[in-house]
Ligand binder design. Structure first.
Ligand code: HEC
Ligand code: HEC
Ligand code: HEC
Ligand code: HEC
Length: 403
């Protein structure tokens, strides 16, 4: 099967999994165990509690500057796609260096659900906006020409709404909604006033939001609600699918937004993207006589959660590729070519539960130090993995034994 076709199939699978997201979450609440579902989904909030609490990752690592200084800050790294496989690989490849710093007794064990929660938390930290810079934001406000019509506090034009309240009360979500809906009605006046459509790059939007909200007398830092992929998929179908596709579904008037498309997923960066593309989008709408899709409430957060979920789940890998990875990375030297087990290392296909990316990550984490010791004794190098290996390894380990 062609690579592209395979890809489409897994995107469809991810969409289905996303559809099942809420159900799984609910089931989790009712029944407790998720081990058999093929996607183990983490809860970022629980991951944060583990990270800063029981598992003590924060004694060495920081997230957005909060935490230890001994090891790399784990936020702000653009995750690879699929993110779960990427995180698992990053963890695995750096493990020996990490273990060297951990005292034996303090080594925290992790079960599958805990691993899922921590991975979800790290993923979210990787796609969140950092704190914006107020001074830079002020420059952006001026340079982009917003100041000609809008004011922030008492500074600026008076023909358009003062913006500090919008930014402070609803954060990046209200801001994005405001800008998006506004772009549609204000396209011509803004272009006329400024001579061109102002575009945003990098973190400019984030700084601008920080500047505007800092000017509000009632500025309370409100943590953003987390979007729900399930709801986001519904919004996407209603408002975006006519032009954009994900996987095999949707229109072809605009770029596909499935995981093969590299787009930023933090609210402010995504807002920049939407804003920059607004003129083209609106032209397409006008040409076809379509109504402009307005965003309501926190729909933008749901949309982002949906797009993120497409990039989080791993493609189902190939057992054939997995067998090769298992051999070439050196796993087979200890576990046997069929993962049937040797004197050195255990059989890997005995467990009644199928492996998932997350349970593999958890197993590697828990058994890793012993594996490392064995590798050192035998003079084997640490078997480094590439992010795309993980899906293949999982399907190899889950495939029926040949003999
Ligand atoms: C005793 C200190 C220590 C603790 C505790 C610790 N780590 Fe690490 N970690 C490190 C060091 C040091 C590295 C860098 C290793 C290297 O580059 O070889 C690292 C690397 C990583 C990386 C790869 C980072 C990168 O930039 O590629 C991840 C992901 C990670 N750790 C996650 C965790 C998680 C999750 C926990 C808690 C369950 C944790 N660590 C606990 C010391 C620690
Ligand atoms: C030509 C004048 C003009 C310029 C230039 C302009 N805007 Fe606006 N803006 C308006 C008007 C008028 C409204 C209110 C009507 C509307 O929403 O369509 C508005 C509404 C908004 C809103 C929604 C406010 C709310 O409370 O819902 C946001 C956010 C916003 N603008 C941001 C910006 C930013 C950022 C820039 C600079 C890139 C900018 N605008 C440039 C005229 C302008
Ligand atoms: C009427 C058709 C249409 C609708 C509906 C539409 N878009 Fe678009 N969108 C476009 C076009 C055309 C472009 C390409 C603009 C360009 O290349 O500059 C685009 C570009 C984008 C981009 C930038 C992609 C890139 O290449 O970087 C994003 C992100 C995006 N749209 C998101 C959305 C979301 C989210 C929705 C639903 C709320 C939506 N669009 C609804 C037509 C549409
Ligand atoms: C140097 C020998 C060695 C290499 C190379 C090695 N392992 Fe292991 N592995 C072990 C040993 C020994 C254990 C058992 C550790 C324990 O009991 O805690 C183990 C345990 C495991 C487990 C946990 C099994 C369980 O019962 O849950 C998994 C999963 C695993 N290895 C996968 C791999 C993968 C995938 C690779 C290649 C990327 C690999 N191993 C490479 C020696 C090795």
């Amino acid at each position: 099967m062609g690579k592209r076709k395979q890809f489409l199939i897994w995107i469809a699978a991810a969409v289905i999994a996303t559809g099942a997201f809420l159900t799984i979450l609910l089931r989790q609440r009712w029944s407790g165990s998720l081990r058999r579902s093929s996607y183990v989904i983490g809860v970022p909030e629980n991951g944060a509690v583990l990270f800063f609490g029981k598992k003590r990752c924060s004694t060495c690592h920081s997230i957005n500057g909060e935490g230890g200084r001994v090891a790399p800050d784990l936020s702000g790294k653009r995750p690879g796609t699929p993110a779960m496989g990427w995180l698992t690989t990053v963890l695995w490849n750096h493990a020996p260096g990490m273990w060297r710093q951990m005292r034996r007794g303090a080594y925290p064990k992790m079960d599958t659900q805990e691993m899922a929660d921590i991975l979800a938390y790290l993923y979210q930290a990787g796609i969140s906006d950092a704190a914006g810079d107020v001074t830079t934001g002020k420059l952006v406000f001026e340079k982009k020409g917003c100041v000609r019509c809008h004011s922030v506090g008492s500074w600026g034009g008076k023909s358009a709404p003062e913006l500090s309240r919008t930014a402070a009360a609803g954060g990046a979500s209200a801001w994005t909604r405001g800008m998006w809906n506004h772009a549609q009605s204000m396209l011509d006046p803004i272009t006329a006033e400024l001579g061109e459509w102002p575009k945003f790059t990098g973190d400019e939007m984030n700084h601008l939001i920080a500047f505007a909200s800092a000017a509000s007398p009632s500025a309370v830092h409100q943590p953003e609600r987390h979007g729900q992929p399930e709801r986001g998929w519904r919004v996407f179908q209603q408002k975006c699918l006519a032009c954009h596709s994900v996987g095999s579904q949707g229109g072809s008037l605009a770029p596909a937004l499935g995981p093969e498309k590299d787009i930023p997923l933090s609210t402010a960066r995504f807002a920049s993207l939407l804003w920059n593309h607004a003129p083209d989008m609106l032209r397409t709408l006008r040409e076809r006589g379509l109504a402009a899709p307005k965003l309501e409430g926190d729909e933008i957060l749901d949309l982002l959660a949906f797009l993120a979920s497409l990039r989080y789940f791993e493609p189902s890998g190939s057992p054939l590729l997995g067998e090769r990875v298992f051999r070439e990375r050196g796993c087979a030297r200890c576990h046997g070519t069929e993962a049937e087990g040797t004197r050195i290392a255990p059989r890997l296909r005995t467990s009644a539960d199928a492996y998932t990316t997350v349970s593999l990550a958890a197993a590697l984490w828990s058994h890793g130090p012993q594996m490392r010791d064995r590798a050192e004794e035998l003079g084997f190098p640490w078997p480094a993995l590439a992010s795309t290996d993980v899906g293949d390894l999982v399907s190899f380990l889950n495939a029926p034994h040949k003999r």
